[in-house]
Design a binder for this molecule. Structure first.
Ligand SMILES: [Zn+2]
Ligand SMILES: [Zn+2]
Length: 411
């Protein structure tokens, strides 16, 4: 009975996805150089992943998608001479878009404890929020968890502001890219965004160069003294400067303002009065010429403070996506099989107003379904739920979302 229900659900979703692909795929896809890209598909039934496929144009690609209706669709950021060759060497790389992948899955947002859950696959221990690295149960030590996450408005806002900060702080200010002409953004269809840089110079970069760039924007391995920070220096960083000198000063100010006394005590020790130090240092670092000097705070403590601030506020991108030239990434114009949301390509100008709960919704009509459990969520201008074991008529996009998430069944 359970299996039958799940097959019915899959068939229904595939049929709805097909209707979308027939009418809107070609308009939404907008992928350049199709004939030079590798494609990969995750099919519903039988459930399997197939890659190393090539299509000569959008018509052929659309035809395949409409006939097979995959659950997830990916294409390469790279362009190859022979995209369908079975291994990377034979594919013969031409070049590759530079990509930054930012996903809420990797950001410890405060609301996750309200909407995300995890279960240890080994011992069954459960918890809320992000899964720990190691299971906290005695003698378990498992690193493998089943995670149940939810697309939440606050999380999506945090993801968007992170994307803005990467584009404005780093790509525009530090690298001199023009956000309006050198890049575009793709909503991943779930909890993240990708930034694609198509600019010719960046496409030619090898993996090592990409690692340098991603380390730079994350502040990974940053040594403050290489940026002129030392207590003896006559030219100490101030917050008005460009690059990491100004940024590390601003991060420290933010860290002092936003951290709890306990967090600060871990770095500043008990020799200073945390409340006073917070106020005094923020005032000092806000000035044009801060001395970076304070009783009982030595150079190493400053370095620890800078590092903690970078750890907290540095960009939280998924590094391997940027570094790996052969990575497949979600195809714009496809639907995400775990939400039914559109993987939506947009320009920098469109990002500000983009609302995934409205602009990535593609289904029309309504249907009555059985919802097992769901927290409150919004689709378009309407709020739904929370639901607990309930039969209810919902707009099609809301119903498909719950069916894709596996928390509802057809009647
Ligand atoms: Zn465990
Ligand atoms: Zn959230």
């Amino acid at each position: 009975m359970v299996i039958e229900k799940s097959i019915n659900r899959q068939k229904f979703l595939a049929e709805k996805f097909r209707t979308f692909y027939v009418s809107k795929f070609k308009k939404e896809c907008n992928l350049s150089d199709i004939e030079y890209r590798e494609f990969g598909f995750f099919y519903w039934e039988p459930s399997k992943f197939v890659r190393h496929l090539r299509f000569i144009n959008i018509e052929n690609l659309a035809k395949h998608i409409i006939s097979k209706v995959p659950k997830h669709i990916y294409s390469s950021a790279a362009r190859y001479e022979v995209p369908n060759a079975p291994n990377m060497k034979l594919k013969s790389l031409i070049d590759c878009e530079l990509i930054f992948d930012l996903d809420v899955d990797h950001i410890p947002t405060p609301c996750k404890k309200d909407h995300d859950k995890w279960v240890c696959k080994q011992c069954g221990t459960t918890g809320t929020g992000m899964a720990p690295k190691t299971c906290p149960a005695k003698k378990c030590e498992s690193h493998s968890f089943e995670e149940m996450s939810w697309e939440c408005e606050k999380c999506m806002e945090i993801a968007k502001s992170e994307i803005f900060s990467i584009i404005e702080e780093f790509l525009s200010n530090d690298f001199g890219l023009n956000p309006k002409t050198d890049l575009f953004i793709v909503f991943s269809g779930r909890r993240g965004y990708h930034i694609h840089i198509e600019n010719e110079i960046y496409r030619k970069l090898d993996s090592n160069a990409r690692r340098e760039i991603v380390d730079y924007i994350m502040g990974k391995g940053l040594v403050p003294s290489y940026h002129g920070f030392s207590l003896k220096s006559g030219n100490k960083p101030n917050k008005f400067e460009t690059g990491w000198r100004g940024r590390m000063t601003r991060f420290v100010i933010k860290f002092l303002k936003e951290s709890s006394p306990n967090e600060l005590l871990k770095i500043l020790t008990r020799r200073v009065n945390i409340i006073n130090v917070k106020k005094d240092l923020v005032a000092q670092l806000n000035s044009r010429n801060p001395s970076w000097s304070y009783p009982n705070i030595g150079e190493q403590t400053w370095v620890n403070l800078i590092n903690a601030a970078i750890e907290k506020y540095g960009a939280k991108v998924d590094q391997p996506v940027t570094i790996d030239l052969h990575r497949l990434i979600r195809l714009p114009g496809s639907l995400h099989g775990k939400t039914g949301f559109l993987v939506k390509k947009m320009s920098y100008n469109e990002l500000e107003k983009f609302d995934p709960f409205s602009h990535a919704q593609v289904f029309e009509g309504s249907i009555r379904i059985h919802v097992h459990t769901a927290p409150q969520f919004r689709i378009g201008n309407e709020n739904f739920g929370p639901f607990k074991d309930q039969k209810i008529e919902l707009p099609m996009s809301a119903a498909i979302y719950l069916l894709c998430k596996g928390v509802a069944n057809l009647l």
